[in-house]
Design a binder for this molecule. Sequence first.
Ligand code: ATR
Length: 274
Amino acid sequence: MINRYTVIGQPIAHSLSPVVHHLFGDLTQRKINYTRTEATPETFEQVVRDFQASGAKGCNVTAPFKELAVKVCDRVAPHALRAGSVNTIHMQRDGALVGHSTDGPGLVADIQTNHRLELQAKRILLLGAGGAARGVVEPLLATQPASFHIANRTASKAAALADMFGADGAITAGGYDELAGENAFDIIINATTPSADGGRPLVPDTVISEQSLAYDMTYSSRDTDFMQWSTALGASSCNGLGMLVEQAAESFFIWEGVRPKTRLVFPRLNEMLS
Ligand code: ATR
């Protein structure tokens, strides 16, 4: 039997998820079929229900439906409820739609395993305070960093996000200008939405040092402006490809009960992308 999955978003044509999941299927010797499905806010719930009714085992959810997916699921894992985001729906035999969020664990796995940067006792700066940022706060704090600061263009939103997770660990928050007095951070994670013409969050250069890792959660085939800026300052930088693969591996584990060895996927993926 072939287990069927899809990724639902708008737009969705360029999603790499089918490629990644088919590589996982090959590696784990599971027969899967994974497609892309476009929806609108009006059709999203029906698209999910129709896919479930067709006998499928699950789906991924991407922009702009991750928040809506929380409402559509019958049960939502506590970490996904706090993240306010569901990116993985498990379609269970009893008919229930169970929601999970694998973005945060995927980010942490990529940083710690692939980039070999232990987050414990490190100074973390998270840029942005929207849905993407909210989705990664809890797993980042769980690594017990030395400090965790959220900076956002609109400072009040950063403060509200810090309040939401204040019980999980010490979080500070503010606007971009207030970063001027800070020492450089070990890792700077860009969770802001890129504008159509690129651009980067206008934070002071002093947040970066040559020892920093600048992590752009966006996946792009070329270096983003954020990556170019941090590389010019001597830091290491990366985009969200590793996070994409690691969050997909978490989803695959939820559905198939087996965790693919992601390090075997990167060479093949890079070959296909180049
Ligand atoms: P997402 O779900 O992708 O996180 P969102 O919830 O709309 O989208 O949040 C967008 C984030 O990107 C916010 O942190 C936003 O900053 P504001 O809260 O100040 O709006 C940030 N953002 C969007 N465009 C930006 C820009 N040009 N410069 C800096 N930050 C930007």
